[in-house]
Design a binder for this molecule. Structure first.
Ligand code: NI
Length: 229
């Protein structure tokens, strides 16, 4: 058990860089993982309300989360919810890297804008503001498209880790956005349903030209990597 906890960061590091662990080592430490097929918009699994996880520490949950992380990293995503791999459970994984935080904010505030790779089971969200901001989103279940989606700019989320320990964090900016996007998946909601102007739903191949023509002032979004979640 402890071995696995120690090696999980190593494994994630290797996956991200496409490095294979030395022969047999990965399978010695971990049962085989799998990159799963991602459900696409229209499949019923994306429309249902996912079920709470009765025991977050169960081995089946760990195996599912490993597949979610591997699938997310393989697809270059910023987040993934279990229903996206046809598993209707209230589990999300996501990350909000420091490079997504605005440059102009102070160190203390920046903390709320970032999150390491996080596994959140049975999440609950409490909005901390009524302010919403539009930002570009993509979704691994809606491939090839981007949309400008209004999201609350600050929230508190609570949930449970794989170890069964409580997680509670304040999230702002992209961090708050990715959490709202992923938790929406657990309630059968895809980002186009959150949009107020479907004229801002575009193909990502057109994103650069569209942004130049429509929103020359925009700084975020259309060309970022890991935009899908
Ligand atoms: Ni998504």
């Amino acid at each position: 058990m402890a071995l696995r906890l120690i090696f999980l960061p190593v494994l994630i590091f290797c996956l991200r860089r496409g490095v294979r662990l030395p022969g047999g080592l990965a399978s010695l430490i971990f049962p085989p993982m799998a990159i799963r097929k991602i459900a696409r918009m229209g499949h019923p699994v994306l429309k249902g309300v996912a079920k709470p996880v009765p025991d977050p520490t169960a081995p089946q949950v760990k195996a599912l989360v490993r597949d979610m992380i591997e699938t997310m990293i393989d697809a270059n995503g910023a987040g993934l919810a279990a229903p996206q791999i046809y598993e209707p459970w209230r589990i999300v994984v996501f990350q909000a890297p420091p490079e997504r935080a605005p440059e102009e904010i102070g160190e203390e505030e920046a903390f709320d804008h970032t999150a390491p790779l996080t596994v959140l089971i049975n999440p609950e969200i409490e909005m901390l503001t009524e302010e919403r901001e539009k930002g570009w989103e993509g979704c691994l279940s809606v491939p090839g498209l981007r949309g400008a989606v209004p999201r609350y700019t600050a929230l508190r989320y609570r949930g449970v880790s794989l170890a069964g320990e409580p997680i509670e964090r304040v999230a702002r900016g992209f961090h708050a956005r990715v959490v709202q996007h992923e938790c929406d998946h657990l309630d059968g909601i895809l980002y186009p349903q959150r949009m107020d102007d479907l004229g801002e739903l575009i193909f990502e191949t057109e994103a650069r030209a569209w942004a130049a023509a429509h929103r020359p002032e925009t700084e975020d979004g259309t060309e970022e990597e890991k935009a899908d979640a």
